[in-house]
Structure formats: C-alpha cells, structure tokens
Design a protein around this ligand. Structure first.
Ligand code: DQA
Length: 221
C-alpha cells in the first residue's frame, strides 16, 4: 500500500492537478488537493495554500506515472490565427474611403501566400459576436498557435472580455487595424485589446495584416 500526497505539484501547476484528477478517475484513487478543495465530508483538504492534508489518500502498490513538469503543454506550431471582429465581413464595400476596397477574402488570400513564403500557416476567421472571439483566443492557445493577429474591430474599444482573454492566454496577440483609430473619433482612441496585445499594427490598410504576420515570422512577438 502506498500513500500519495501531491499538493506540492498542484500548488505550482493546475494542469498537473488536472492530470492527477484523471489518474484519480482511472485508478479509483482519492488524492489530497489544495486549500479551497474539500473532501466528501466537507473537510478542507488543505489548511491554507501550501499546507496539504495528506490524510485522505488512495492506495496502490506501484508508483503512478508522473507528467512532464511543464506549464506549457501545447507544442508550438507554425499556425497563426487571424481573428476578425464585427462588420469586417463587409470589407470591400463598407466605408471604402476609410477601409479601402480590399475584401476579407482578398486579405486571406494575400496572407496565405505570404505565410507560405514565411513557413507559417494561417487560420483565418471572422465573426460578429464578441464571445466567439473569446472562444477562438482560447482555442488558439489550445492548438499551440504561434500567435494571433486580432482585428477586433469595434470590440477593440469596448471589450474587457477580450482584454481578459488576451491576458488569460500565453499565445502572443498582435492587435491589427486597417485604419488608424487614434486619428479618428475620440471613442476609438481607447483600445482594451491594445492594453494586453504584444504589438499593435494599424493604419496601413490591408497591409497591416501582412506587417503583423511578418513580425510573427521575425520573432518580434
Ligand atoms: C477597425 C477600426 C475600428 O475602430 C472599427 O470599429 C472597425 C475596423 C480597423 O480595422 O480599422 O470596425 O478595427
């Protein structure tokens, strides 16, 4: 019989905690957790952070396999997510005097060609829904994307959810705009996306996307 106390690992890495929860299910074990976790009787599993009660343990005769001690599980790929927010599906006809006549499909084609030259791959998406952008930012990290180019359009100036999402992931995000919002109406001067983005590229029309992609290839972010 062998007792397990895994609090130290959980204290430093919640991904390892998830691993151990899976072990618990697979092997029918019950293991100790951190402060804030309770056993089936409502008794705290730990008195405070870093002090784990190891009384409630499972038993098995051989050691459990240990996960690699990494906090960065998804392998880095050459994938670059290009996420586009509301109304950008209308590029080409939408206020052409500001945004030009290039369509989003044109931009996608141009980026795919340039990405190929740079040894990168593009995942181009557009949505008119804020939460979808949040989901895609999470997905970019889960897929091991090298970076995200994000033109959040009007959500740039309103969305604390996007700010939080960018801060929540480790994947670098480059803020992209066709126009230069800082030279436009005052309500466009505030950028929540820019507060967390690794870099901002704006004011170069469709070329803003290409410049941002090249920054990824150059390792600037
Ligand atoms: C934009 C600038 C935003 O202020 C605006 O809401 C957009 C497009 C740009 O690419 O210039 O929709 O993000």
């Amino acid at each position: 019989m062998r007792s397990l106390c895994i609090g130290e690992e959980i204290a430093v890495d919640w991904e390892i905690a998830a691993f151990w929860r899976a072990q618990e299910q697979a092997f029918g074990l019950q293991v100790g957790y951190m402060s804030g976790d309770y056993n089936h009787n409502g008794k705290p599993m730990a008195d405070r952070l870093g002090q784990v009660n190891c009384g409630l343990v499972g038993a098995r005769s051989d050691p459990l396999p240990r996960p690699a001690p990494s906090r960065y599980p998804p392998p880095m790929t050459n994938l670059v997510y290009v996420l586009n927010g509301p109304n950008l599906n209308l590029l080409g006809t939408r206020e052409p005097e500001i945004y030009g006549t290039t369509t989003l499909d044109d931009i996608a084609g141009m980026l795919e060609d340039r990405a190929r030259e740079l040894g990168l791959e593009i995942e181009m998406r557009q949505t008119n829904h804020e939460g979808m952008l949040v989901d895609w930012l999470h997905e970019a990290q889960a897929e091991g994307a090298r970076a995200v180019l994000l033109n959040a359009a009007a959500y740039t100036h309103t969305s604390i959810a996007l700010l939080d999402a960018i801060k929540a992931i480790r994947t670098p995000v480059i803020e992209v705009h066709l126009s230069d919002p800082k030279t436009r109406e005052s309500f466009r001067h505030l950028s929540y996306v820019g507060m967390a983005a690794a870099l901002t590229v704006e004011g170069h029309g469709a070329d803003s996307y290409r410049i941002a992609l090249e920054a990824v290839a150059a390792g600037t972010v």
